[in-house]
Design a protein around this ligand. Structure first.
Ligand code: ZN
Ligand code: ZN
Length: 173
């Protein structure tokens, strides 16, 4: 294991939820704060540091999002890179809606081009139904009618979107 990773992972405990939770200092916002004389500026966010070690530098417009919604978590599989706009829009949906999305759904959000990801989230928020601008190669997933969609709860809507998106991802593979 990378020695930098080792030094980060000395400071965590494994929770029942599967999270690897930071046991040291936190930022004011509740994120894991890693302090080391070996890094520029001495301190950094532990989850971002871990992500960078494993995947390389994070581009300017991207954030690292916690799929598990646990800000103290530093487990690699719970971290995903999202374009800042997509990330911001996702958080604006609120924790309740976010909680209805599974890991795979959020990960697939990170694989869409930012504009598409953003569009998807915005349309989810505005309760418009999901019709991609460009026809999705051949098969389009079935989308319920607008009036049927208007009757769905926020949670059902979230599920619907991500089912459709997961289908779409499969088709593109
Ligand atoms: Zn976690
Ligand atoms: Zn986030």
């Amino acid at each position: 294991m990378d020695t930098r990773l080792k030094s980060v992972y000395k400071n965590m405990r494994i929770r029942n939820s599967g999270c690897w939770e930071w046991t040291e200092e936190l930022t004011r916002d509740g994120y894991a704060l890693y302090v080391s004389p070996n890094i520029v500026g001495r301190c950094t966010l532990a989850h971002q540091y871990v992500y960078t070690i494993l995947h390389g530098k994070v581009q300017k417009d991207y954030d690292i999002h916690h799929i598990c919604r646990n800000k103290r978590c530093i487990k690699p599989s719970h971290l995903v890179k999202l374009h800042h706009k997509v990330h911001f829009a996702l958080h604006r949906l609120g924790w309740d809606v976010m909680a209805t999305l599974n890991d795979l759904q959020i990960k697939s959000l990170s694989e869409l081009p930012p504009e598409e990801g953003l569009q998807l989230i915005l349309s989810m928020r505005e309760r418009r139904h999901f019709v991609p601008d460009k026809p999705v190669r051949e098969k389009k997933p079935k989308v319920p009618t607008e009036s049927a969609i208007a009757k769905l709860s926020e949670k059902q809507l979230a599920e619907l979107y991500y089912t459709l998106m997961a289908k779409r991802q499969q088709e593109l593979m």
